[in-house]
Design a protein. Sequence first.
Length: 95
Amino acid sequence: MIALLFYCFYLSISYTQPIHWELDVAPYRVHLQTDEVERLELLPGIGPIMAQKIAEFRIDHPIESPDDLTEIHEIGQKTVNQLRRLTTSKPNHED
């Protein structure tokens, strides 16, 4: 009976301890300047038509930050704020 109590106590302590993972994983970020239209479509609020507009825009206008997307018709600051964590425009990104 005492062994059962100790076992229950052990289980309650061991399952309440936080699990520490040692993974060094960086999220993938869509590169606004170089990624294909298909990848741009995966972004929230960006469909096939908007992805094509971004691809056409970046031919003549290098995208240096997500804020540059506000120059495209129908992309507002709210959409840019959603994309900020999911995209990059830095050269040689390794995400």
